[in-house]
Write a protein that binds this ligand. Structure first.
Ligand SMILES: Nc1nc2c(ncn2[C@@H]2O[C@H](COP(=O)(O)OP(=O)(O)OP(=O)(O)O)[C@@H](O)[C@H]2O)c(=O)[nH]1
Ligand SMILES: [Mg+2]
Length: 377
């Protein structure tokens, strides 16, 4: 893909809907995918940062005026720059808390989708991590109401999520603080941990203070922080896309380089609960399933997603196995008449090829239902 496409848009009914063209792109990707999604308040430089990950000056559209630019979720697929045989999928999301939209439910869905679809979640915000920044991350406290691990699970078990949630990177843009505490230098990660420290006590005020921090700590045990200075002078910010690297602040370039390297080195291939690898094709089906879940008003359930994906993939695997067998038999027919023995040994050979084709694609066919269907077929 030489440019991003819209993956999730707004339908004529005002609800989020998946774009068929993007699903078709994903259908063609048989490789495992590393998915990096960015979320955060509107007009905070998310799309610009994603273009840096893509190694391009332009791509995801930037907003140049007050009006927010990115709508829905946009996707850009490319060969992973360092992991051979893997596809990197970048997801750029629309800004949260846009006053014009004023739709907090939609914001929660966008945030939840980014969490559910990604292997690395980049949370982007301007300035420092203060109480205001924490309040803006209210979506993290709502995740528990919208996502379940198993259909019958006790709703309050935050820790169960941690195993299936993405690596969390907090990117602070236009960061101007000196990273020092009591005269000692702090790393960016130490700064994040300091900001996430809980306060002792049980008063309402303390609980309100602790809640978002507790959620981040429990949901995202793997966390990292990057602090970016402003990329350029205020007068040039609106023409950022047209600036060459030499015109950008060298410190901004250094942090960006470190950030990109970290994301490429440390982001894992996306996996489903139970450890099944997500390919582009599975990611497409997963996206569709989650967006359908939103339309139906149901809660996202990670285990149901695995069951649904297994059903889709195993049916396709059975079909693929059958096609291997049928193609072989058609070829054999053209050399008829043959000895019964020859037909029988060719049948054996093709059956085992069909099983191999099935095995390469199937997953979680624990009761062998789909393999049996292949044998019967
Ligand atoms: N001050 C500052 N401006 C930036 C930075 N990165 C990008 N911009 C500028 O901020 C404006 C918005 O950038 P985008 O990348 O479109 O921001 P966004 O968060 O994707 O915006 P929405 O999609 O509307 O939510 C553009 O004019 C950019 O040139 C940054 O690090 N600091
Ligand atoms: Mg944007």
């Amino acid at each position: 893909m030489d440019k991003p496409v819209c993956l999730i848009d707004t339908g004529s009914d005002g609800k989020l809907c998946v774009q068929q063209a993007a699903l078709q792109v994903l259908q063609q990707i048989q490789q495992p995918v590393v998915v990096v999604a960015v979320v955060g308040l509107y007009r905070t430089g998310k799309s610009f940062l994603m273009n840096r990950l893509a190694g391009k000056r332009t791509g995801f559209a930037l907003s140049s005026n007050i009006k927010p630019k990115t709508e829905g979720i946009w996707m850009w697929c490319m060969p992973h720059p360092t992991k051979a045989g893997t596809t990197l999928v970048l997801l750029d999301t629309e800004g949260l808390e846009d006053v014009e939209k004023g739709d907090s439910k939609r914001d929660t869905y966008i945030f939840s989708l980014a969490v559910l679809l990604s292997s690395t979640l980049v949370y982007n915000s301007r300035g420092v991590i203060d109480n205001k920044a924490m309040e803006e991350l209210q979506y993290v406290t709502e995740l528990i109401e919208h996502i379940k691990v198993t259909p019958d699970e006790d709703a309050d078990d935050c820790t169960a999520f941690a195993k299936f949630f993405p690596h969390f990177i907090w990117c602070l843009r236009d960061f101007t603080l000196e990273l020092k505490l009591d005269g000692k230098d702090l790393t960016e990660d130490e700064y994040l941990e300091f900001a996430l420290k809980l306060r002792p006590g049980t008063s309402k005020k303390v609980m309100m203070y602790n809640l978002p921090r507790e959620c981040i700590r429990k949901f995202f045990p793997c966390r990292t922080c990057f602090t970016f200075p402003s990329p350029t002078t205020p007068e040039k910010r609106s023409i950022l896309e047209s600036l060459s690297p030499a015109e950008l602040d060298p410190e901004f370039l250094e942090v960006t380089k470190r950030f990109c390297k970290f994301v490429f080195d440390r982001s894992e291939v996306k996996q489903l609960k139970g450890g099944h690898t997500v390919t582009g094709r599975v990611l497409g089906n997963l996206t569709k399933m989650y967006v359908d879940t939103i339309s139906s008003g149901a809660v996202f359930c990670l285990e149901n997603a695995v069951i649904a994906m297994a059903q889709i993939e195993n049916e396709a695997a059975t079909q693929e196995g059958l096609e291997v067998y049928q193609r072989g038999m058609e070829k054999l027919k053209s050399s008829f008449p043959l000895e019964l023995e020859q037909v029988s040994s060719e049948h054996q050979r093709l059956s085992s090829m069909a099983t191999q084709a099935f095995m390469a694609r199937s997953f979680k066919d624990t009761d062998g239902k789909h393999l049996k269907a292949l044998e019967v077929g």
